[in-house]
Structures are given as structure tokens and as C-alpha cells.
Design a protein around this ligand. Structure first.
Ligand code: HEM
Length: 310
């Protein structure tokens, strides 16, 4: 796939090495978002995306999905409250065969604009507490990468959620929808929880059991399926499609294109699934965001290591 990621081939391994250098190596685990729980469910599109894209899972047929909720920390034993940013990775089975992935997190911005900046920032981290970088140390980096300020500030202010089911999740990156006439439209994705938003104060989260989010989901699913709306934000002329450090203007209406129901937990958090943000079907294209394309390579490095006993 042609992308705007022109970074040197070895940078993907360097990025994963840099994470391992800060936090250590945990064989068999993902090098980021190490602790996660896998569920299954059904996604039902409502047809509203069909004028914008021919993507098969966004037409009118419900499709099976696998969902992995995760803590963003690269340390699998890290308590839930210590890594407030959460991930939601969804694998859709396409009608007619094949799969596509949509990976989202509870923060709308990323702190690095390029793969080189990500690796440089990772090298800048000299100490970590509980496996997490000391954000105060990152002050110097803002002089070099002023565009990182908004993302780092947001990271600092994040609170842990009451539940994986009470967060809004963002794709951060833009993608292009392509319709039957070949028209291209930049979009971003958001999962909006049926249960509404609910976050915990820092002190409150620290008083919860270490892995309260797994237990909470277990109880919640016993009461019935957990739902999310899939919304798309339509990019305007002033919304950059290739820069993950800049949020799109909030003033436009999101369009709901479908609904997800999560029904059951699947076995094993130490799963061998690979979610790849560039794994997209006909009718969707990656934007030129270099981080988006770089993730394809970095995730392959992490996947190869964790599935080969490293
Ligand atoms: C330079 C930028 C980034 C690097 C180097 C990076 C690195 C990684 C790595 C190594 C993994 C583990 C992959 C695996 O073993 O399967 C991972 C997982 C993940 N990343 Fe990133 N990441 C980056 C940016 C992002 C961004 C912008 C998002 C926002 C959506 C994101 C969200 C996630 C999520 C949700 C997972 C867990 C996926 C799963 O459940 O399998 N990452 N990342």
C-alpha cells in the first residue's frame, strides 16, 4: 500500500526496541496495550454510509465481530488505574469473506506527528515509574516537537473509566471513504457508548481492585449485551487528514453508520490476534498520515516477537 511513511526500514524495530528499553520485555505479550480482554459481538450497519462508501461491512448486512479492549500500558501486570488510556480494537468479518480492523483509543489525539518523532520521544524517556514514563521529563521534547503538546497534555489529564463500556473511542487517524461513483471523502471514526460516559477520579480508581475492568465487564455482560454506536466525522477543508496531533473541529455533526452489540467474552487475554489499522477493505483508503502507515510495520514487529516466544 502506498503511504506517506518514508521512514527507514529498520525504524519499526527501533520503535519496538525503544519501548522494551523503557519498560522491559514481557514474552508473548503485545509491546503496547499488553493487557486485554477479547469478546465477540455483532455489528449492524444502518445503511447511512452506503452513499459514501462501498465497504461491504457498512452496507445493510449485520456482520460478526471480535473486540479486544485493552490497557494502553506495555506492561501486562500494570493495574487498570495506572493506564487511563484504553483501547478498543474491532475485527469485522466481511460479507463475502475477508476481515477488516478498526482500532480506536479513548483519546482523540496522538503525541507524535511522524515515526521519527515517536522514536525520538521514546529515547528521551530515561526513567519510568510503574512502567510508565515520567511525563515531567518530556518537557524538553516540547521545544523540539511543539505539536506534541496537546497530545501529551491530554495524556496527563486522562482519568480511568468506570468501565470499558463507558468510554468514547477515537480512530485518531483519518481514512477516505470511496463511493460507487469514485468520490472520495475524508472521515474519522468514533465509538459512542450506549451506557453514556463515566470516568473515575484518580483516588477513586486507585481504590478499585487492580483489574476491576475485567470484573466489571463480566458483570455487565451478564445483564445483557454492551452497545456502541459507530459514528463518522466528516472532514472539512480545514481538517488535516494526515496529522494525528490535530483534532478535527468539533462543530460538525457526526453521522451514525451502525451499531455494535457485544455479547460474550472469548477465552484468553494472551491471544494471537493481530489488529492492523491499515487492514481495510475495498471502499476505504488510508490517509497519508505517516503514523498510520508506520503502525502497520511496528505491529508486525511486535506480532513476530510475541508469537515466537519473545
Ligand atoms: C508510532 C506510533 C505507534 C506505535 C509505534 C505503536 C505501537 C504499538 C504496538 C507495538 C502494539 C502491539 C501490536 C501487536 O503486537 O499486535 C500496539 C497496539 C495498539 N495500539 Fe499502537 N502504536 C502507535 C500508535 C497508535 C495510535 C495512534 C493508536 C490510536 C488508535 C494506537 C492504538 C493501539 C491499540 C488500541 C493497540 C492494541 C490493539 C490490539 O488490541 O491488538 N496506537 N501499538
Amino acid at each position: 500500500m502506498e503511504g506517506k511513511d518514508n521512514s527507514k526500514p529498520e525504524l519499526a524495530s527501533e520503535a519496538v526496541d525503544a519501548i522494551e528499553k523503557v519498560v522491559g520485555t514481557y514474552p508473548g505479550y503485545r509491546r503496547a496495550h499488553a493487557r486485554g480482554y477479547v469478546y465477540k459481538g455483532v455489528f449492524t450497519p444502518n445503511g447511512k454510509a452506503s452513499t459514501l462508501t462501498v465497504a461491504a461491512h457498512l452496507q445493510d448486512e449485520a456482520v460478526p465481530v471480535v473486540i479486544r479492549f485493552s490497557n494502553s500500558s506495555p506492561v501486562p501486570s500494570h493495574p487498570d488505574a495506572h493506564s487511563p488510556v484504553k483501547g478498543m480494537a474491532v475485527k469485522f468479518q466481511l460479507p463475502g469473506g475477508g476481515e477488516t480492523d478498526l482500532i480506536t483509543v479513548t483519546i482523540p489525539l496522538f503525541f507524535a506527528k511522524t515515526p521519527e518523532a515517536f522514536v525520538d520521544i521514546a529515547h528521551f524517556i530515561k526513567t519510568a515509574k510503574d512502567g510508565f514514563p515520567n511525563l515531567k521529563e518530556l518537557g524538553g521534547i516540547l521545544l523540539k516537537y511543539p505539536e506534541s503538546k496537546a497530545g501529551l497534555q491530554m495524556l496527563k489529564e486522562m482519568r480511568s473509566p468506570a468501565s470499558f463500556a463507558t468510554c468514547q473511542y477515537y480512530s485518531i487517524h483519518a481514512f477516505y471513504f470511496m463511493n460507487a461513483q469514485g468520490r472520495r471523502q475524508a472521515i474519522k471514526y468514533e465509538w459512542v457508548p450506549d451506557a453514556g460516559l463515566s470516568m473515575l477520579e484518580k483516588k477513586e480508581a486507585a481504590e478499585h481492585p487492580e483489574y476491576y475492568l475485567e470484573e466489571e465487564m463480566e458483570e455487565r455482560i451478564k445483564q445483557g449485551p454492551v452497545g456502541f454506536k459507530l459514528n463518522i466525522q466528516i472532514g472539512g477543508e480545514k481538517d488535516p487528514a494526515d496529522d494525528p496531533t490535530i483534532a478535527w473541529s468539533e462543530d460538525k455533526q457526526a453521522i451514525t453508520v451502525g451499531h455494535l452489540l457485544i455479547t460474550d467474552k472469548l477465552e484468553s487475554s494472551l491471544d494471537h490476534l493481530l489488529f492492523d489499522p491499515t487492514n481495510i477493505p475495498e471502499g476505504i483508503e488510508c490517509s497519508n498520515d505517516p503514523i498510520l502507515h508506520f503502525r502497520h510495520r511496528a505491529y508486525a514487529v511486535s506480532y513476530a516477537r510475541r508469537t515466537h516466544g519473545q
